[in-house]
Write a protein that binds this ligand. Sequence first.
Ligand code: AGP
Length: 605
Amino acid sequence: MCGIVGYIGKNGAKDILLDGLSKLEYRGYDSAGISVLNKKITTVKAKGQLKNLVSKCEKVDLNGNVGIGHTRWATHGEPSDINSHPHLSMSGKISVVHNGIIENYEELKSNLIKDGVKFVSETDTEVLPHLIEKNYNGDLLDAVIKTTKALKGSYALGIISEDEPDKIIAVRKDSPLIVGLGNGENFIASDIPAILKHTKEVYLLNDNEFVILKKDSVKLVDFDKNEIKRDVYKVDFDDTAAQKGGFDHFMIKEIYEQPQAIKSTLNARVAKGEKIVLDNIGADDLKDISRVFIVACGTAYHAGLVGKTAIERLSGIPVDVDIASEFRYRNPILDKNTLVMVISQSGETADTLAALRLAKEHGCKTFAITNVVGSSVSREADFVFYTHAGPEIAVASTKAYITQLIALYIFALYMAQDKNYVEKSVLEDVKSELLTLPEKVKEALKTDDAAKKIADDIYKETDIFYLGRGLDYAVAMEGSLKLKEISYIHSEPYAGGELKHGPIALIEKGTVVIALNTNNELKGKMESNIKEVVTRGAYIVGILPEGFTDIGESYDKIIKIPDTIPLLAPVTAVVPLQLLSYYVAIKKGCNVDKPRNLAKSVTVE
Ligand code: AGP
């Protein structure tokens, strides 16, 4: 979704803004723009990729040490130069960048039009510079505070004004924004990678906190201008973690980072023969939990489906898994003994955050699994589990998913360890096997060549099916999502036993079916399902553990993954599916890291 960068300091703002925006490209965007202030505000905007903006900027005098920049992911009004941010007030003296949605913009707009304001764009955002100008009475902060009091919706804002050239005013509500603290220069940004080249010291902002950003000072205040003290957060990864590091794309780099990412998630939490201890959770905090709801979107939801089985099997606690956008509007039955667990890589997904808030309103305990330290869900949930996967830049989630699985297994073991639902020795076996997963995922990465070859065979397909039973079905859902989001091939995941209830009508000679068959107990059943599609001409790519030797003749191609216990097989099985999607997308010439229409962090509903 939209990305914001702001700079004030001793250096030229233009290059810093453009570089910062390039680090936010992963969020997804369709146009971009910057405003630089040097007595007057100069604004340049361009539809399409950032390079369009860069080349436009080369032709304009953009000297100045203060500026704001934006990558826009269109919500109100098509992607175009005019609709791009920054947006200016009528006088041109105030410039605003915005991430979020102003829900009451129509009402605000019609009042402004009555006052004689002329709008030039179709955006909700344009009401902001006009309102700020209307409310301006010699103090930009006052005008911004007054303006935000009239807003409904979500916003992170960066604002500059010709009348107060020594500052940037910023504020956030339900959209991410951080402050970067430099030496004689300061920054605002939607995410840390945008400013990491310049500083590792940041302030993480809460909702309704206003920032007065000057060259040599940063002050946070509330609605009443009371000063807010904030600890400096020191970022624990550097600029190189957010670079491609010799790989062609972030996605493949992140796939290859998975063994290390899993180690980081396990680190200090799981050790053989020792009880699992989770940060900031007291021994009795979760003892009365009788039911768990896992709520998430997209890939994180798929991780939740695996988590359900792990928690139920090991602890006996019933688990429901819901898509956040459904959960929040379906009046779920919740009480104080329900734990609502949200899973979100970014920690900023609007629907997931809303689900978390709904759970809190119902008096539930809340637990967040997230990768982003200081993200909204991490600050609002009662308990937080950081996956520590490192920055995930590619829109298609890989290492975040795999570490969410690990987090869920750890949580399941944690909930199980004081119950007698399964024998202690079983829990110890799961724990021991969990500790082998970094090595096993390293092994699973050796499927790279096989995945590439199969990608060469299937990249021209228009429909691909994924089949699996039990946990393999949950992984099939993730594999199918991965393929469709980056290669734009239509694909459907099905539970093996469900095909004959309708979708088998779509199978014809040559239809590609990726069949996951990793669980010995379900193997026979799954083979029958595979036969059903083979009989109708399907081309079968099997994902099978090394240990399966009597595999019959149903498979046209086989990818072997390392053996593990069935409960943990999603971790190894997903690896060839990620690789397959990657190579299919490459073969098709798709923009792997930034697929069309998608945003990394979906901060609007
Ligand atoms: C993953 O490949 C997707 N791009 C998407 O489904 C993502 O997982 C979803 O939007 C949730 O994001 P979150 O984990 O940051 O909340």
